[in-house]
Structures are given as structure tokens and as C-alpha cells.
Design a protein around this ligand. Sequence first.
Ligand SMILES: Nc1ncnc2c1ncn2[C@@H]1O[C@H](COP(=O)(O)OP(=O)(O)OP(=O)(O)O)[C@@H](O)[C@H]1O
Length: 489
Amino acid sequence: MLKLERVTGGYFSDPIVQNISFSVEKGEFFGILGPNGSGKTTLLKIISGILPVMEGKILIDGKEIHQYSRKKLAQKIAVLSQISPQAFSYTVKETVELGRYAHQKGVFHQWTIEDEKIVQQVMEETNTLHLQHATLQELSGGEQQRVYLAQALVQQPDILLLDEPTNHLDLAHQKNLLDLLKKQKLTVVSVFHELNLASLYCDRLLLLNNGRMQLLSSPDEVLTESQIKEVYQTEVRKQAHYDIAKPQIHIKPELDSSDESRWNIDASLLKIEKEKIVLQSPKALRTVSSGVVGSGIGWRSVFINRKVPPDYQHARPVKEMEGYLANFGFPLTQTVAMMTAVEMDDACYGFYEEEDFSVLTVVTAGIGNAIDSTKAEKPVPVEVGTINIWVFVNGKLSDEAFIQGVMTATEGKAQVLRELEIVDEETKTIATGTPTDSILIAATQSGRNFPYAGAATDIGRCIGKSVYNETKKAIEKYLQRKQKERHRF
Ligand SMILES: Nc1ncnc2c1ncn2[C@@H]1O[C@H](COP(=O)(O)OP(=O)(O)OP(=O)(O)O)[C@@H](O)[C@H]1O
């Protein structure tokens, strides 16, 4: 549909963009990225015919753009105008109507029912209809942007060229505008400054660097940490979007040196009370957890293991737990909270200090419902039994290390159950845990760097060993308590 063949162009004789070649297919959303001054706007102006092609060719549907009449080209390509002060005395509706010029026939450019229908429909879609009688100067920057988009859309072009279409828009209007363009299945070529929006909406991205093509590929290939560092001279982190398979880029603010300094979590921060265990960290820790509250991946500074009655039943345990936390004034957004029916006195913890890192591990263990997850058909709850494991690492864990930390901790727990011959009463085989076990791996993200935390690493073995030791002590305490209770009755 749109094809650039070795295009060079710019202002006067200055070739700002050089040797650009790509094709855009019908219905494709094509993004142009690059640092300030890399030639994005210049390239768009060359494509739209505002600036001449110095070398190479631009073809639309196989025909070079200079072979199209102005009106015919306007039916093929629309450009989202930049806000221009001279247009300010027009009303919104008049401004949008100008977009129909390319389709008006005859010498007198008669306005048809069809023209009116399209204008009404597009103004509705762009949320500009209610502004129709206002003049442009009475509108905010974002409202003006939507009016110009409406003007381009009523042109019903095959290809829409946009230069930073969202730069004046608030969050909702950014999303609405890009959703609208996506829904219309238009062929869009758009300059973006916002890498994350470009990633979410574009099928392919062209990354420009000093007027030349750095890379043309999918968002995932273009938006890599190393590529962005090279082109934008900025350190970034790349992560997958929470809901869809598109990358998102995070910049990291420059911190003052005190924020980078090493700090530790140790047992002095731990408070074991009758009804709960609390650890409050002076700073947020990066966490991976399966708590009732604060599960998943995040940054948290308050950790609660709450004792509930053995017959605890609640239709909405998360809500109930949130209410409990709020009662104590614990900040919900910063808290990981678990529950157990185990006596808090039976909690076990240990601080494991190695040469250049340390680990604090806290375990409460009840094994009334011990289950062999590899054989059981379904859990058969008899009594309350939950093993809750907290592992605090004084060090910096990668995502991979967090996952391996969960693995090594689980291996430690399973080893205890095997050694103590804790049996799943249903299957009569050695249990692997209980049906409601919970885990937290939390790291200060200061001090030594740990790319991995599997059993091949000292941190992995330390996590495995600490969980093994503390779980063993906790289960032995639990068993002793049960035995005493049995003797009493
Ligand atoms: N009207 C002009 N006349 C001469 N040179 C220009 C003109 N407009 C831009 N340039 C030059 O062309 C180069 C590329 O500018 P362009 O606006 O295409 O970059 P851009 O990638 O869109 O930048 P930004 O991200 O800042 O919008 C710059 O060095 C700029 O100084």
C-alpha cells in the first residue's frame, strides 16, 4: 500500500533522513520512534508530500506520490494537522468539515447528505460533537487535537499520518484515540515519543537514529534494553505488559547515593505476638508472594502472618483480611498478609549470615492436612494445616532468582516432610505440603547481585537450608504440641 524505496530528504539541500526503505501493509499500524531530532517529523513530511524526496521513491498503491493530483492524494493520505493559531476563528464543526474537501465534487463543492452523515459520525466517535459550535481558540489542547483527528478521519483516507497524536491528551483520551484508530482498521503511520503506547498499539516499529534506520521490526525486537540504551543514551528496564504480550519500558530515576546504600533485614524487626507475626521494614522490599493480600510481584514493607481460628470460614477472605489489616492501620498497598491457624508461639526463625549476604527465614507450620500434590485426587481438609514461609534476602535478586528462590524454598520444605515421614492420610504416601501453603520471597535489592538462586548458587543453597531448618523446627514444635494435647484429653 505505502512503499518507501531508499528515500532521502530534508530541508533545502540538507538530507536529514537518509536511505529509508519500508512497506506498510493495508490495515497496519506502523510506528516511527527515535530521539529528538532523529528525523521522525521530517520523514512524515516527506511521506505526506510537504517536503520533497531528494533521492528514492515513495509509492502509494504502486504509483509515485508526485503522480497524484492534490485532491487524489488527499483521498489516499490524510495528515493529522498540527495545531495552528490561524485556524482558531473557525468553529469546531467548520474545521472538521474542511476534511471533506477531497471528496466534494463539482465546481461548487456541493455539501451532500453523505458528507453530513460522515461528519456527524466521526464527531461522535472522537467525542467532539458537543463542542461543535465552539471556536478552536475556546478549546483545550487535547480537545483541539481531537478536532483535528476528526478532520483527518472525515477525509476517509486509505493512510493516516500522525505526528505524536497523543501529546496533548489525558490518559483516557490517549487510549480512546488509539483504540478508535485501531478499531477503524485504517492504515496508520504514526510518530510516537511514548515508547509504551507505541508498543501497545503498533504492529511494527521503525527506530530512527540520526536520520537513518536503526531497526525495523516488532515492538518486542525493537524495544530492547540494549537498543534503547544505544539510541536514546538512557538506561531502561523492559518488562512484559501485565495483560497482553507487548513489552513496556521503564526508566529508572537517578537516585541519590543514600538510596543505593546497603541495608539489611534482620530478626530485630520481627514481632511475634499471640495473634500475629509482624515484620515492618524501614523501606519497601521487592516481593514475590502468594499471600491472601499483596500476592504476586510488588514492593511491600509490611509483612503479616495472622492467626485465625481453626474453623475460620469466610466467603470473601481477601475482603475480610483487608478489613482486619485496616483495623490495625496497616497500609493495604504496602502489605503482604497470610493466615494460619497455627499457634504463633510455634513460629521458628533463623538469621543465616554468609560472607557477603544474609537471609532471614520465618516459618509457621501446621500439617494437619498434609497432602501429596503428586498423587492426591483432591484435598480432604481434616484440620487446619498450613505451612507459611517467609524468606527475606539481604541482596539483589533478578526475576529469575526470585523464581528459583521459590523453587529452592519449596525443595527445602518437601525435604523436611520426607525426612519426618509426614504422610498424606488419603494416599498414604509422603506429603509434599498442605493444600493452603503460602510463600514470600522478599529482597532488599541492595548489596550483592544475584542473577540466579538455584541450588547451584550459594544464595540458593542458603534459602534451601534455611527453609529446611526452620520448617523442620516448626513442624517438630507443632507435633510436640499435638502430642501434649492428646495426652491432656
Ligand atoms: N524547518 C526546518 N528547516 C531546517 N531544518 C529543520 C527544520 N525542521 C527540523 N529541522 C532539522 O531536522 C532535524 C530533524 O528534525 P525532526 O523535527 O524531523 O526531528 P524529530 O525526530 O521529529 O524530533 P522531535 O522528537 O524533537 O520532534 C533536526 O536536526 C532539525 O533541526
